[in-house]
Design a protein around this ligand. Structure first.
Ligand SMILES: Cc1ncc(COP(=O)(O)O)c(C=O)c1O
Length: 405
């Protein structure tokens, strides 16, 4: 996806408000969203950087001592990068496009790691040119790609911990067994390539911290095994992303979720520095989407409302991410009937909800969806020439001189 499509947005320049420590950030009100639609039209994605700040701070508090590298993939937007950079965050990159994005926002390379386990030589060179020198491998073939760069790089070896319950079981596609990790580390020693540590990702939207606890214990064992073999000590453990957010189901509060993870991390040797790569948790609640009804029909006795945004646009996460967003009509009424919400394209899979209780809607009425920040816009397309939603940025990083100047 081209970054430029995500940068054609409008910024509402209001100064960053201070975030109360334990209170959730208020979602933009329906009235304010209606006002934005009156100004800019629909569909819109309203990105509130105050929510990004709040979530980053909440996770930092819940994981004391853990360096958070925001994984760009769920929402690679310049305002998110600026906001998190100002908060002191580090970044997790996976592609040359992501390298370009952080570089364009002035992020120094020593605040980045590159964690795609399978890379082209071009990807490695682009990251190295920028100055990012920490990479991830999970097999011998990938390790050998670094022979040419052995004096420049430090590697993490990614382990696999399967998790069928997660939205995305990332260990199906990436990662190796603990025994294979030791093999890779031994071979790297022969090749003269420095292995900095280990990483894993327990799967996106992981409901239980138990998966992290098991993974941390297994990594601790590998760290000990490596030391026992007389190989250079591993100094970093990257516990990945996966931290859950409430869509249509509650999840554990983040402090509670992280408590057993912190207990497991306390068992690691003191010399091991811990980092994480959260994505969804930081940005999911930051975006509210608004679409308008562009037409309607009655089919098999049920009202169908056709929106100007759908599966090929902001609701792409319904397919790619298995997410289910809190969706409601702007119009409130107690008289609701089972309805279908469809997207605008000519494709029959472009249905946002097969069954949703809605009041009688008119063309032009608004549908508002919350928790739309992660894996939505990032995977949207312009299929059928329906342009993806315009992004309106609230509470971006604004300095006082920019406001008064
Ligand atoms: C390597 C890596 N790190 C971090 C993330 C972010 O994960 P999440 O959004 O579940 O926090 C992903 C998601 O795909 C990933 O592949």
């Amino acid at each position: 996806m081209a970054i430029s499509t995500l940068t054609q947005d409008l910024t509402i320049k209001v100064p960053a408000a201070s975030v109360a420590a334990n209170e959730p950030v208020a979602q933009p009100s329906n009235q304010f969203i209606e006002h934005l639609v009156a100004q800019h039209g629909a569909p819109l994605m309203v990105l509130d950087c105050e929510s990004v700040r709040h979530q980053y701070r909440a996770l930092s508090r819940a994981l004391p001592g853990v360096v958070l590298h925001f994984a760009l993939k769920p929402l690679p937007h310049p305002a998110v990068v600026r906001t998190l950079f100002e908060e002191g965050a580090s970044f997790d990159l996976a592609t040359s496009g992501e390298v370009d994005l952080v570089a364009s926002q002035g992020v120094p390379s020593d605040r980045t790691i590159h964690t795609h386990p399978i890379k082209r030589d071009r990807d490695i060179r682009d990251a190295l040119e920028y100055g990012c020198n920490v990479f991830v491998v999970d097999n011998i073939n990938e390790l050998e790609k670094f022979i040419a760069y052995k004096n420049q790089v430090e590697l993490l070896v990614r382990l696999s911990f399967r998790n069928a319950e997660a939205f995305a079981d990332l260990s199906k596609k990436f990662g190796c067994s603990p025994a294979m990790a030791v093999e890779i580390i031994s071979y790297a020693q022969q090749l003269g390539i420095r292995i900095k540590g280990l990483s894993f990702h327990v799967g996106s939207q992981t409901a239980s911290p138990a998966k992290y606890v098991t993974a941390i214990a297994a990594c601790n064992q590998v760290i000990n095994d490596v030391a026992a073999l007389g190989l250079p000590a591993l100094s970093t453990l990257d516990i990945g992303g996966g931290f859950p957010v409430p869509y249509n189901k509650d999840v554990l509060p983040i402090e509670e979720f992280c408590a057993p993870i912190n207990d497991a991390l306390a068992q690691l040797p003191e010399t091991v520095r811990v980092i994480a790569e959260p994505g969804r948790f930081i940005v999911a609640s930051a975006v509210t989407s608004v679409a308008s009804v562009m037409g309607q029909a009655v089919r098999d006795g049920k009202p169908w409302y056709y929106l100007d945004d759908g599966i090929y646009g902001s609701f792409s996460g319904l397919l790619f991410d298995e997410a289910s967003y809190p969706i409601d009509s702007f119009k409130q009424s107690n008289e609701r009937v089972e309805s279908v919400l469809a997207g605008p394209t000519c494709d029959s899979i472009d249905v946002v909800s097969e069954s949703i209780m809605l009041p009688k809607l008119n063309n032009g009425d608004l549908i508002i969806s919350r928790m739309m920040g992660a894996y939505t816009l990032a995977t949207a397309t312009d299929f059928n020439f329906f342009k993806r939603a315009e992004v309106i940025v609230l509470n971006d990083v604004v300095h006082v001189d920019a406001l008064t100047g």
